[in-house]
Design a protein around this ligand. Structure first.
Ligand code: UD1
Ligand code: CA
Length: 469
């Protein structure tokens, strides 16, 4: 395919979103809406890719650099004076650019790569200087309307704000995606004026100019690919469409979804074949679920890797963690960032972990807090154990070596180390290192008073009577 450059318009104020956050950064399936547009442009090999930014320049640049590194060329449009002005700013920033330029509104997250290549093909096939995309909508409100003459040729675009009642009835709309000859564009754009109801330079006015020069072509595509996002309702609709696409993709790859309608999967999540996903599961960010794993109902995983055949039981929350092959986690477990669970580890209900590594086959099955821990293989951590990792100023590490056994209700006051195969008795507060093979026991000695229970009961019953009288 012909080489082309792309410009993405992202300098608008997005007032209709009613948000402090720039419109084009509002996320859809886990990434900013404009990132979807940029990905589509990248996928057809467009280069350079220019992004026009405005008042929110810093936030947008910062966020997009985290996704695309230095591969984008940012251009400042000092004032949001309209889409025509935005393209003018872009052209001025690259005076050496020639050939074909793809122009994309930044608020079209559902645009697909195929649509862009089809548009470029249309332009080439018609040898036109400008090619535009149109769509039909049952409710075209808000979009620029396509004006055609009696022979059906496009003669211009009329923006909603400038449209007559008759024109507003037109259901064919401007998609906001254009392919243009850079040279013609430079010439046409210098002639744009802001004589319209919004006082802006409309990129869409170029359509009438190109039509006059007999150098316009168009391609009609689906509304669902060309929906523009101007408000939160449109954002919600787009999210739903995107979600359905991702769900279908996952199902086609051999994954079982117990209830697709309640399953939420971000665009960059990888789910391998023969994974089973229960109702109400959210897989976010860069989560990866390896083959044979089972993610049970209500679990929320963010940037987490789940190993082969692992079982994440209901209502588990995991963030930036790794769950080893064949491990079992939950129900109601909370894995906080930098938790790394080895193969066949078991984490049970109401266990919270953070920055903790657990070796093969180690277990913490009930009610524990394991923060800043380094736990070897085959370690058993009893119910109610707490790693006291924080002294109010700094975090400290608890090390438990292979084969050690920590009884129930122990506190390990870090920094502290429990040696290989050592045994810590239930209820012990460990403040000193425990050597290999040692037994650590730290609790008050128990005393049994023979026959004392009936006496005690008698006394307590007496008090109860006094209270009632
Ligand atoms: C625009 C089109 C309309 C089309 C619709 C498709 C114009 C004049 N109208 O309308 O015909 O049907 O998209 O969705 O082009 N932007 C800038 N600088 C500006 C103004 C806008 O960079 O000064 C950017 C915005 O960030 C946005 C894009 O351009 O990503 C489109 O702007 P928006 O205000 O959303 O245009 P619409 O009113 O939707
Ligand atoms: Ca828009």
């Amino acid at each position: 395919m012909e080489q082309c450059a792309a410009v993405i318009l992202a300098a608008g104020e997005g007032k209709r979103m009613k948000s402090k956050q720039p419109k084009v950064l509002h996320p859809l399936a886990g990434i900013p809406m404009v990132a979807h547009v940029i990905r589509a442009a990248k996928a057809i090999g467009a280069t350079p890719i220019l992004v026009v930014v405005g008042r929110n320049r810093e936030v947008i640049e910062g966020e997009l650099k985290s996704h695309f590194g230095d591969s984008l060329h940012f251009v400042l449009q000092p004032e949001a004076r309209g889409t025509g002005d935005a393209v003018r700013c872009a052209l001025e920033a690259v005076p050496e650019l020639s050939g074909t330029l793809l122009i994309l509104n930044g608020d079209l997250p559902l645009i697909e790569t195929e649509a862009l290549s089809a548009l470029l093909q249309t332009k080439t096939a018609h040898q036109s200087k400008l090619s535009i995309m149109t769509f039909f909508a049952d409710n075209p409100q808000g979009y620029g309307r396509i004006l055609r003459n009696s022979s059906g040729e496009i003669v211009g675009i009329c923006e909603e704000a400038d449209a007559s009642d008759e024109e507003r009835k037109i259901r064919e709309c401007n998609g906001g995606v254009y392919a243009a000859d850079v040279e013609a564009l430079r010439k046409w754009i210098s002639g744009l004026s802001a004589h319209n109801n919004q006082g802006e330079l409309y990129l869409t006015d170029l359509v009438a100019i190109a039509a006059k020069e007999q150098s316009l072509s168009s391609l009609t595509w689906s509304f669902d690919s060309l929906r523009g996002i101007n408000n939160r309702a449109e954002l919600a609709q787009a999210e739903e469409i995107m979600r359905e696409r991702i769900i279908n993709h996952v199902l086609n790859n051999g994954v079982t979804l117990q209830d697709p309608k309640s399953t939420y999967i971000d665009i960059d999540v990888v789910v391998e074949q023969d994974v089973w996903i229960g109702a109400g599961v959210h897989l976010r960010g860069k989560t990866v679920v390896r083959t044979g794993a089972r993610i049970d109902a209500g679990s929320i995983l963010q940037d987490t890797e789940v190993g082969e055949n692992a079982w994440v039981k209901p209502y588990t929350i995991a963030i930036s963690s790794t769950i080893g092959e064949g491990a079992q986690v939950g129900p109601f477990a909370h894995l906080r960032p930098s938790t790394i669970l080895g193969p066949e580890v078991h984490i049970g209900n109401f266990v919270e972990t953070k920055n903790t590594k657990m070796g093969r086959k180690s277990k913490a099955n009930h009610l524990a807090y394991l923060g800043d821990g380094l736990i070897g293989e085959n370690v058993n951590v009893g119910a109610g154990t707490i790693f006291c990792n924080y002294d109010g100023f700094r975090k400290h590490t608890t090390i438990i070596e292979d084969g050690a056994f920590i009884g129930s209700d122990c506190q390990l006051v870090a920094p502290v180390r429990v040696g290989r195969n050592a045994y810590v008795a239930s209820g012990t507060t460990v403040t000193r290192n425990v050597p290999e093979d040692a037994l650590a026991i730290g609790r008050a000695k128990q005393e049994n008073k023979e026959g004392y229970a009936p006496l005690l009961r008698e006394r307590l019953r007496g008090r109860e009577k006094e209270d009632k009288s």
